[in-house]
Design a protein around this ligand. Structure first.
Ligand SMILES: Cc1cc2nc3c(=O)[nH]c(=O)nc-3n(C[C@H](O)[C@H](O)[C@H](O)COP(=O)(O)O)c2cc1C
Length: 343
């Protein structure tokens, strides 16, 4: 934290996207070492995968799988790279990434800028999968004539290098993408991706902006199609009151203002699925208390991104150790016992 406090003013002097590129470049220079050791109480098995801690890096930070091992070494229990689309694409015009400092939030409308699946595949081939859990989040190209076909080819292409795959249909920055969460489309999509018969478990990532009945419908479709976990949630298009001058920028809002929405969405999915499918909580998690609350509300694992912008990468380790303390204080032997224990 002390080191990050020192470099943060330099990073914040750059525009947000430049600072992000500089961070990735700097991470590549850090010599690789082994991931830190965590208490055994943090270990768990979700969707057949062994996780050393339940604290993961959410999609969007390492879109092109440039530094997944470095992020594991920094103390994340798992890293989700992507979103990666079949073909490379430039994304939306810049500026498209905004730090809302007074709100401890981020707005982005990146639009799936990425170098495409073949390039990421090659990079991931070079990563020892024994090193830790690396999941791959896949999407559809903006100009694709058949988006479901993009997910099918993404599952086929990336499964050999992914411990799990995430079907991301909840980004607000690809026009019409969230329409795949609608009833008929979702069934068709999930049936098509399962038809591939990929060895890697498949997770579904959903939006926090849910209408009445959405959690029940989406959870039911996921369970029926044997999806292995639901990630709740992506960024929101809703704008709670914000102080920052970037408040009116278009795109998905993440960080502290997303926390109550994402927690509420998680609770709704918990009620709707009654423990039949693992849930992964993400949105506004910045402290061990936030992660603990999410686990007690029904999350088997958690992820974060925006809080790392403000707190630095040491955040993963701090939250993991804080969780271990809370587990032993509450008298639980391991994470699995604490899942859904609120009430
Ligand atoms: C700059 C930025 C880019 C993101 N890109 C993606 C993405 O490509 N795919 C995805 O599924 N989620 C993406 N997300 C959403 C995050 O994975 C996460 O769901 C969301 O930010 C909420 O978590 P947070 O409040 O901890 O940031 C992005 C978020 C940010 C801030």
């Amino acid at each position: 934290m002390a080191f990050y406090r020192f470099i943060r003013p330099f990073a914040f002097a750059l525009d947000a996207e430049r600072a992000h590129r500089a961070t990735i470049a700097a991470l590549k220079l850090v010599p690789k070492h082994h991931p830190p050791h965590f208490p055994d109480s943090l270990k768990s098995t979700v969707a057949g995968i062994d996780f050393p801690t339940p604290v993961g890096l959410a999609a969007g930070f390492d879109k092109d799988a440039e530094v997944p091992e470095e992020m594991l070494d920094l103390g994340f229990g798992f890293v989700e790279v992507g979103t990666i689309t079949p073909r490379p694409q430039a994304g939306n015009p810049k500026p498209r990434l905004f730090r809302l400092r007074q709100d401890e939030a981020v707005i982005n409308r990146m639009g799936f800028n990425n170098g495409g699946q073949p390039a990421a595949f090659q990079r991931l081939l070079g990563c020892g999968q024994l090193h830790g859990v690396i999941g791959v989040n896949i999407g559809a190209n903006k100009d694709s004539a058949d988006r479901i076909a993009d997910y099918v080819s993404g599952v086929r292409a990336m499964a050999p290098v992914a411990r799990y795959l995430t079907i991301n249909i909840s980004s607000p920055n690809t026009p019409g993408l969230r329409g795949l969460q609608d009833e008929g489309a979702l069934d068709e999509l999930l049936a098509a991706v399962q038809q591939v018969g990929a060895k890697a478990p498949i997770f579904l990532k959903v939006a926090p902006d849910l209408a009445e009945g959405d959690p029940e419908r989406i959870a039911r479709a996921s369970i029926d199609h044997k999806i292995d976990a639901i990630i709740v949630s992506n960024t929101t298009v809703v704008r709670p009151p914000l102080k920052s001058r970037y408040a009116a920028e278009q795109g998905g809002l993440s960080g502290a203002p997303l926390k109550p929405l994402a927690l509420d969405a998680l609770r709704r999915f918990r009620r709707a699925s009654a423990g039949e499918i693992p849930l992964i909580g993400v949105g506004g998690i910045a402290t061990a208390d936030d992660a603990w609350e999410r686990i007690r509300a029904g999350a088997s694992l958690v992820q974060l991104y925006s809080a790392m912008v403000y707190e630095g990468p040491g955040i993963a380790r701090r939250i993991a150790h804080g969780l271990a303390q809370r587990l032993s204080r509450a008298g639980f032997a391991n994470i699995a016992e604490a899942i859904g224990s609120e009430r």
